[in-house]
Design a protein around this ligand. Structure first.
Ligand code: FES
Ligand code: FES
Length: 164
């Protein structure tokens, strides 16, 4: 076992983990962060996406020991029920989810995308979230949600209209 310390959603944790433990399993099973989900375990679907020191990563591709000393943000750390993150709000308003299984990862990837590119075109949104798979929606409403969030975060309300 190896001792790892990390801050997750603003709280510091120190735990003993096996070197082979994946970050996603550590988050869910040791820390109770079940908002981060496992869709494939083979780095294909993106459902497990979290931010590691501010960058989106698939947490099934990272060992917990690799996050030692890091700042981790999960879907549970970006907003609350009464105070949603603009990307969460836009997914809700634009019907960017159906079953919602992919949604935590989509939202975490989208926040990272908007940090890099605050006003992405439709193509740039599609490219930005290409590592995240949704088996339900056909992506159209997800893309619209990301663009609505971009408009809201940049203070403009006509992002969608400008690109329609
Ligand atoms: S569970 Fe990590 S990419 Fe699918
Ligand atoms: S809403 Fe069902 S997988 Fe994305």
């Amino acid at each position: 076992m190896t001792q790892v310390s990390m801050r997750v959603d603003g709280v510091s944790y120190t735990d003993e983990v096996e070197p082979r433990t994946l970050l996603v399993h550590h988050l869910r099973e040791a820390l109770g962060k079940v908002g981060t989900v496992v869709g494939c375990d083979t780095s294909n679907c993106g459902a497990c996406t979290v931010h590691l020191d501010g960058q989106a990563v698939k947490s099934c591709t990272v060992f917990a020991v690799q996050a030692d000393g890091a700042e981790v943000t999960t879907i549970e750390g970006i907003g609350s029920q009464g105070d949603l993150h603009p990307v969460q709000k836009a997914f809700h308003e634009m019907h960017g989810l159906q079953c919602g299984f992919c949604t935590p990862g989509m939202i975490m990837a989208s926040i990272d995308l908007l940090k890099e590119n605050p006003n992405p075109s439709e193509t740039e949104v599609r490219e930005g979230i290409e590592g995240n798979l949704c088996r339900c929606t056909g992506y159209q409403n997800i893309v619209r949600a990301v663009q609505q969030a971009a408009g809201e975060m940049s203070g403009s309300s006509d992002t969608l209209g400008a690109q329609a």
